[in-house]
Design a protein around this ligand. Structure first.
Ligand SMILES: [Zn+2]
Length: 285
């Protein structure tokens, strides 16, 4: 019995040590996320190790960043910048990102380098009634620098978006702290590809010149096109970084555990395929 209680005490100590490496602000945010989202437990959020918070939302919530490094012997690894919850009312995009993060925590092979922002718009999610927009009522996915030659996001909003509040792009690109974080990460981290998770269109979209995946689990490829100020438009047409957009089928209903696994396996397979040298890919064709 005594051995058992020592064992349990050690186990608890181990767990609290694993959580303690996150700052109080991070753990407090995890508490709020798990209170808001029935499908994310406190442990699924706080059990991950985050970087010391560097960036904060308009309401001063930390922007969570967690990193899984590639093995150091891999020279110039594939770097994946993974973004969940850029729209605060798309609950499943945050919850599924945490499910995938917990899979990665268990099975990270070191073949690629991953950098995650599981919740890019914490203020939108944590409002009493969650919103697509951030605390300044800006749609972050319209707040990036637009491709040259097109309309500005604000003109596009006036002319083509019926000035609907949900799509308000802000007075000027990168006016918001949350979009500035993504902009900075694109510059600093130099991702090979960006994966961004949304809902509820139930498809995959891709902006880039490589072969996109035909499907991820139940989601099939369908090009939606980009809007001035959207991440896809900015990342590919301004920064030449391809973007895979995952649109889950429902904002408020989780995909089945089987589909969550299936999408992840297909995503990793696609990244692995992309990482092969050209000639090897050609041989396989
Ligand atoms: Zn969205």
């Amino acid at each position: 019995m005594r051995i058992l209680s020592v064992f349990v005490a050690l186990l608890l100590l181990g767990q609290s040590a694993a959580w303690a490496q996150n700052t109080d602000a991070v753990n407090a945010l995890c508490k709020k996320i798990s209170n808001k989202l029935a499908s994310v437990s406190y442990q699924e959020c706080a059990g991950l190790s985050y970087d010391q918070p560097r960036y904060f939302s308009a309401n001063e919530q930390p922007i969570l960043e967690t990193h899984f490094s590639a093995n150091p012997e891999i020279k110039d690894p594939i770097r994946i910048l993974f973004i969940g919850g850029i729209h605060g009312d798309e609950y499943s995009s945050v919850s599924v990102t945490f499910k995938w993060l917990n899979k990665l925590k268990k099975h990270h092979s070191g073949a690629f380098d991953w950098h995650f922002l599981p919740l890019a718009n914490p203020d939108g999610l944590l409002r009493k009634r969650s919103t697509r927009v951030n605390a300044n009522n800006v749609d972050l996915n319209r707040n990036f620098i637009p491709a040259q030659g097109g309309l500005t996001p604000l003109d596009h909003w006036h002319i083509h978006a019926g000035k609907r509040a949900r799509y308000y792009p802000g007075e000027k690109p990168l006016s918001e702290p949350e979009s500035q974080v993504i902009h900075r990460l694109i510059e600093e981290y130099r991702p090979t590809v960006i994966v961004s998770v949304h809902a509820p269109h139930g498809i995959l979209d891709f902006d880039g010149d490589q072969q996109p995946p035909e499907r991820l689990g139940p989601l099939q490829l369908r090009h939606l096109g980009t809007y001035p100020g959207s991440l896809g438009n900015y990342s590919w047409f301004v920064k030449s970084v391809p973007v895979l957009t995952i649109e889950l089928p429902y904002a408020g209903i989780m995909p089945s555990p089987k589909d969550i696994s299936h999408m992840w396996v297909d995503l990793v397979r696609w990244v692995r395929y992309k990482s092969k040298p050209e000639e090897q890919v050609a041989e396989k064709n």
